[in-house]
Write a protein that binds this ligand. Structure first.
Ligand SMILES: NC(=O)c1ccc[n+]([C@@H]2O[C@H](COP(=O)([O-])OP(=O)(O)OC[C@H]3O[C@@H](n4cnc5c(N)ncnc54)[C@H](O)[C@@H]3O)[C@@H](O)[C@H]2O)c1
Ligand SMILES: O=C(O)C(=O)C[C@@H](O)[C@H](O)[C@H](O)COP(=O)(O)O
Ligand SMILES: [Zn+2]
Length: 373
């Protein structure tokens, strides 16, 4: 049974999130939004294309009354290393060659990388065309498809170039989660856990209770999890869509997380780095006596059954510290850091010192020497 959640932008209805179990209702949704006679370009990566590309393209072509040319597909190589302006440029070229105009539509079919690239292309091509999110990873369904943050990495620095551009619809086919590799599935789970930790202790506890069903990818449980996770994200972005204030709470774990992503040259996945960053942020919260020691260790250890890292080898903690300074959440030379006051309640703080950060980075740094001591 499909469900939907409306999302407001500046207090007005903007787009719906549809939770479905197939792509079958997609055409009906496109028609309801008036795209039935528009040209549609599916943007997807090579891996997702091999699994779902033809299914979605033929669905669009079957329904489109004016021939195959109405729906086309652009495929880029999978992986974070392709979330760049070069990929965006290639999509611009393709859209120009195909004669896409301002009334036409882009469909982002894939994970967060595809969503971020497609959204940014939609924000900038012809000064803005519409796009729809068809998220196929846990991370994209629970987090990145909602809220209109789009962009690309630049010289390895995360999301350095981007724009806010709201999608016209987020259509989730939850069954796509069944084909996701385990490591990718759990990487996405880190952002789900983040939503519980920053805003909703009951959701956090529910996630622990449903650990078995989540790991088994029980679709009913995943649908409820997604509804609750998306509700939290929706509430935060509705209140502060352009990140003037509390939306920055969604960055819990990201200051250190993004630094590790860059330092490791994207060898670790986004959610894995965010999990490490959340452990570091929880550690600072403990050292400041916002969290008790028990709470800190509970937060750290609950990542383990979800196959998420809580320590990392082969990094230079000082280099990670240096990289945190190039994250976007800097204001007048200070990092806008997210700490936890308790489980379910995050706060912004711009007084975290280099010393505190280094102590926390050392806490997640695993070295052979320490292990031998
Ligand atoms: N815009 C936002 O608000 C926001 C929020 C969180 C993360 N992000 C960004 O999202 C990106 C991470 O997203 P991601 O983890 O989805 O990465 P991703 O898009 O690279 O997808 C991960 C991998 O899974 C494959 N894949 C996708 N769907 C699949 C499926 N159903 N079955 C099998 N394989 C599938 C992809 O081809 C890729 O290899 C990062 O760049 C991060 O910065 C953005
Ligand atoms: O939607 C948001 O706002 C977020 O911060 C969600 C994050 O999970 C996401 O990784 C986002 O892309 C990070 O934003 P950035 O501005 O720090 O790049
Ligand atoms: Zn994130």
């Amino acid at each position: 049974m499909s469900e939907r959640l409306p999302v407001l932008y500046q207090k007005k209805p903007c787009y719906d999130i549809v939770f479905s179990r197939s792509f079958a209702e997609l055409w009906q949704e496109l028609t309801a939004l008036g795209y039935e006679n528009r040209r549609i370009c599916i943007v997807t990566d090579s891996k997702v294309d091999a699994i779902y590309g033809e299914e979605v393209l033929s669905l669009l072509r079957t329904h489109s009354q004016e021939g195959d040319g109405k729906a086309v597909k652009y495929v880029f190589p999978e992986g974070e290393e392709h979330k760049t302006l070069d990929t965006v440029k290639e999509i611009y070229r393709f859209l120009i060659e195909e004669g896409f105009d301002r009334k036409d539509l882009l469909l982002a079919l894939g994970g967060g990388v595809t969503g971020d690239i497609t959204g940014y292309t939609a924000a900038t091509y012809l000064r803005g065309i519409d796009y729809i999110q068809l998220p196929t990873t846990l991370l994209a369904q629970a987090d990145s498809s909602i809220g209109g943050k789009t962009g690309v990495d630049f010289d390895g620095y995360k999301n350095m170039v981007g724009a806010f551009k709201m999608p016209r619809l987020v259509y989730m086919n939850l069954s796509t989660l069944q084909t996701l590799e385990n490591r990718q599935f759990f990487s996405g789970f880190a952002e789900v856990m983040k939503h519980g930790l920053i805003r909703d202790a009951l959701f956090y506890e529910w996630l622990l209770e449903k650990m078995y069903e989540i790991c088994e990818r029980d679709l009913d449980v995943l649908q409820e999890m997604m509804m609750r996770s998306c509700t939290i994200k929706k509430q935060v972005v509705e209140k502060d869509p352009l990140e003037q204030g509390d939306r920055a709470l969604l960055n819990f774990g990201h200051t250190v997380g993004h630094a590790i992503e860059k330092a490791k040259n994207f060898e670790l996945y986004h959610g894995e780095c965010v999990a490490l960053g959340m452990v570091a942020a929880a550690c600072i919260s403990w050292k400041r006596e916002l969290l008790s020691m028990e709470e800190y260790y509970e937060i750290r250890d609950m990542f383990v059954p979800f196959y998420l890292p809580i320590s990392i080898e082969n990094i230079d903690p000082k280099e990670i510290l240096r990289l945190t300074k190039s994250d976007k959440k800097m204001e007048s030379g200070r990092i806008k850091f997210v700490l936890l006051k308790k489980i379910g309640r995050a706060v912004l703080d711009n007084t975290v010192t280099d010393e505190e950060l280094l102590t926390a980075i050392n806490e997640i740094y695993y070295s052979e020497e320490d292990a031998c001591e």
